[in-house]
Design a protein around this ligand. Structure first.
Ligand SMILES: NC(=O)c1ccc[n+]([C@@H]2O[C@H](COP(=O)([O-])OP(=O)(O)OC[C@H]3O[C@@H](n4cnc5c(N)ncnc54)[C@H](OP(=O)(O)O)[C@@H]3O)[C@@H](O)[C@H]2O)c1
Length: 244
């Protein structure tokens, strides 16, 4: 996995925020990247911005909650390349009104799961035939420490008071996808990981924290490019392994 110039990647939800920076850093590393975005104008604008910096990146329309969009994206990629080496399931949302479990509206939880878990599952399923043809496939699920069951119950955790029942449950479910798919694919050349970018200033959280999106992208990109070996942790951030 050292010759990035022959590697290909797809990043979902990549027209802005951490996803856009993941695309930029993968492209800078020599990977041939497709920038996925549900809105063609926003996606093309992001591709144009990178092109102006000298980074050639492909655009692909991809709404991770739309089965037709996912199928069309998979078909187009399959028509244009033999395999896919890296899938970054980055697209994610915090639904307005997300709240503590005693009061949260059930629809808020449903919509959170629909994007953050089912969307990532659907894209993974659609891209698996291409990933299976890679000599060293990698699925990087952009999770959060807020999805850690252990940390949610630990009063010393910085996010202990963050009661987003929908978002946190959706990231815990995404972590389950990581564990299950990784185990299911253990005899293949594909490794699946969950990575937390850390609290990063983006639209998702109203620009909280002091980390820039390029810093949030660093750990996911490292995990995406890291050579295949058994020591790759399943759930980690830039400081190492996170508890489930
Ligand atoms: N920021 C943080 O502190 C933080 C911490 C931990 C984990 N994360 C995770 O990092 C990932 C990226 O978040 P971010 O902070 O960069 O947020 P962001 O700036 O709001 O970007 C989210 C991206 O996801 C896209 N998206 C949402 N729903 C989609 C759908 N159905 N199909 C395709 N794309 C969709 C958005 O597209 P539109 O522009 O069209 O809405 C946007 O491009 C998320 O999974 C998030 O949960 C973020």
């Amino acid at each position: 996995m050292t010759d990035n110039n022959h590697r290909t990647a797809l990043v979902t939800g990549a027209n802005k925020g951490i996803g856009l920076q993941i695309v930029r850093q993968l492209a800078e590393a020599g990977v041939s990247v497709r920038l996925g975005a549900r809105d063609a104008a926003r996606g093309q604008a992001a591709v144009g911005m990178l092109a102006a910096e000298g980074l050639k990146v492909g655009f692909i329309q991809l709404d991770i909650c739309d089965a037709q969009s996912i199928a069309a994206a998979a078909a187009r990629i399959a028509a244009e390349q033999d395999s896919l080496d890296i899938l970054v399931n980055n697209a994610g949302i915090v639904v307005a009104g997300d709240a503590a479990p005693s009061t949260v509206a059930l629809d808020v939880v449903r919509r959170s799961l629909e994007t953050n878990f089912i969307g990532a599952l659907a894209v993974s399923q659609a891209m698996l035939p291409l990933l299976r043809r890679s000599a060293a496939g990698r699925i990087v699920n952009i999770s959060s420490s807020l999805g850690s069951l252990a940390l949610n119950g630990d009063p010393s955790y910085s996010g202990y008071e963050v009661r987003l029942a929908g978002y946190n449950a959706s990231k815990a479910a995404l972590n389950m996808l990581t564990v299950q798919l990784r185990a299911e694919l253990r005899d293949t050349a594909i490794t699946v990981v969950s990575v937390c970018p850390g609290l990063t200033k983006t639209d998702l959280n109203g620009h909280m924290g002091d980390r820039l999106p390029e810093q949030g992208a660093a750990a996911p990109v490292r995990l995406a490019l890291r050579p295949q070996d058994d020591s790759i942790g399943i759930f980690q951030d830039e400081n190492g392994v996170l508890p489930w």
